[in-house]
Design a protein around this ligand. Sequence first.
Ligand code: MG
Length: 323
Amino acid sequence: MRAPQFHPSASTGLPARVTIYEVGARDGLQNERTVVPAATKAEFIRRLIAAGLTTVETTSFVNPAWVPQLADAAEVLAVLGPEGTARNRPVLVPNERGLDRALASRVQAIAIFGSATETFAQRNLGRSIAESVEMFRPVVDRAKGAGLWVRAYVSMCFGDPWEGDVPIAQVVDAARRLMDLGCDELSLGDTIGVATTGQVRDLLDALDTAGMPRGQVAVHFHDTYGQALANTLAALSDGVTIVDSSAGGLGGCPYAKSATGNLATEDLVWALHGAGVQTGVDLEALVRTSAWMAGQLGRPAASRVVTALAADLDAEIKPEPPR
Ligand code: MG
């Protein structure tokens, strides 16, 4: 299978090593129409870990009525056993009820999810930004009290479908309120995929000034306008070292009008390995995993790199007949 040409350059300003926060099993599968059985989800997560992904978000303890795709969260974790509940296997938790379920499954890390805009807070959480912070407060208090690691997602950091542009000061304020609860890591979500590179650097600067340095910030880009990888590389050359991405680009069907696919982990790994940045990921094992999952979902993977390299794998398995 072809590998990216190794061509490191000091002038890119990229870090020597990047931590990939893999979201395919949660953010990816929760946005797919096809509901995957728990055993298949567990197999997917095992294969992601085996491919070298150290941080894998496994599932979500939101109300199953909201996200039926992940209603089997406890079952998936039970199938995985201790491998699924290590400290680098966070689960999404919206409220104390979700935390109770997560604790019953013995998780050691959770992620809460706030919004940078009032409209999305109302639509996604059914309450204002201030009210949602109060909903998260006891969740984070209890999680930290139990020794858990806690991540805070902020959605709509670079634009909102109802409110349009989102002022940087508003994003910083929303992030500050969540981090003040005691969270360990902040993930900046470009939920509708409209960010461009200058905006990314300006937000990172503003967060740093407000006491949220790049060392505790992760970036989460969507590829709606084809900018996810460019924005990610801009953040990495600006001092960020943690990137959210989704194996195969899961989460957002390429044929749907509302497609807002996650950055594909394979596309990210191809770019980083070519630039001499270590990720610890075995690209071929990851491509095989995403090609397999695409088969489970009955559609091609959204990742360009999976599309290109899976063709290589097919050719290895089924050589062309001699003419
Ligand atoms: Mg996403």
